[in-house]
Design a protein around this ligand. Sequence first.
Ligand code: ZN
Length: 302
Amino acid sequence: MNSVEKLIGLPEYKVLRINTRYKQKVIIDIETKTEKLECPKCKQFTSSIDHRYQHSVRDNSISGKEAYLQIHKKVFYCNQCDYSFTEKLESVYPRHIYTNRYEQKIFENCLENTIMNISRSENLPYDCVRGIYTRIADICIEHLMTFKEEIEILGIDEISIRKGHKNFQAVISNIGGGYVIDMLPDRKKSTVLKYLQNLPKKAKQRIVFVSIDMWEGYFTATQEALPNTTIVIDRFHVMKNLNAAITSCRREIQRNLPKELRDKYKGYRWVLVKNAHLTGGRFPKIFLADRQACHQKNPVTA
Ligand SMILES: [Zn+2]
């Protein structure tokens, strides 16, 4: 591979010539290194080239200049069955006017910037940038929703679309990968169950853990659809419910305390919810001293 080919970084091509006479752009004439191809009809190999035609595609910029690859595409001819066929390229989809890697770059830029800004900086029509973005985004979504990624830890949680309203939607995510896979229309058990049952068989076999909040529908749906997985209640929801239980228990106890102790323990909620080593042993001392007094008056709450 010569140095220009290394610079372009597309090993399937050899460079024919480079045109640098334009100020804003570089045009590179290239052709594939393919010398023979299998005829799609009779499966015999042929090295006869019927003709070539030029297919110009935009590629990643070189030294700040727009780069265009002028691909001299080969049309092979099969003598066996009198059939002509065009070679396929690894780096450009048929009839596309950008290389795959350039489209990927545009897509990635769109994730961090507006389509309008990319359109201006790349000197591309707005609709082209939007078209590239939408097409690759659709492929990504399709890829995710058909569970082609290996997912070991599946997450089921929910969000409320309108704050303060109870119209929840279940959110399915790949916890290991850190991204959302899908959003279901609601969080009913039947909806989640149907979704999990319809996952591809391979995906179901690969899932090891399902992390859920404490919504019963998720638990039973997971048990039924993915019986071989381990259900994990996520820490956030365990702590949330534990804190709520402690609060209700504390209120109950405080209500039943003798008045002098009730006043004393006012504002001591933090002692209960904080880690023991952070309270400096304050709570146990107060608690033990008063426990006996409390016990004498109210054996149940003590
Ligand atoms: Zn043939």
